[in-house]
Design a protein around this ligand. Sequence first.
Ligand code: ADP
Ligand code: MG
Length: 152
Amino acid sequence: MEKECTVDTFSEEETKALARTIARYLKPGDVIALEGDLGAGKTTLAQGIAKALGISGPVDSPTFTIIKEYEGTLPLYHMDVYRIDSPEEELGLEEYFYGDGVCLVEWASHVKPLLPDSTLWMFLTVKPDRRSIRIRSKDSRWNSLMKELAAR
Ligand code: ADP
Ligand code: MG
């Protein structure tokens, strides 16, 4: 059954704290879809997750490379698929989505048909005083995370 929760963050640091919480639940093969306007905080979340996975170097937006790979406690694939218009042309991405690493996908709706059903979707909205982050998945795989977030 589809589960959903919303977390509000009032600073970049709070968004990184949310990322750290999520990172504790990550397993090989997980995909996190990040949606939201430019500047909403997608890369900030990715940076927080990368750090929590022990990746020490800088993690910047992979806008021009589409994909950047990092080796942490799990392999991390940070993607920005903004420039992809037709998912059928990008068959190579599925190897990552169904692989043994963790995928963080900015602008994931551009490749929605390729994403696993177990994808954790995060929708970031900019409000005057906060980022409102709606988190949702069809898969019970994320229930314990949802439970922890709802109890915050
Ligand atoms: P995106 O990847 O979605 O384009 P970025 O993460 O690169 O966005 O940028 C988000 C910007 O918004 C950063 O400059 C960050 O400091 C700022 N910011 C302000 N408030 C927040 C917040 N609550 N969460 C995340 N980023 C925030
Ligand atoms: Mg970005």
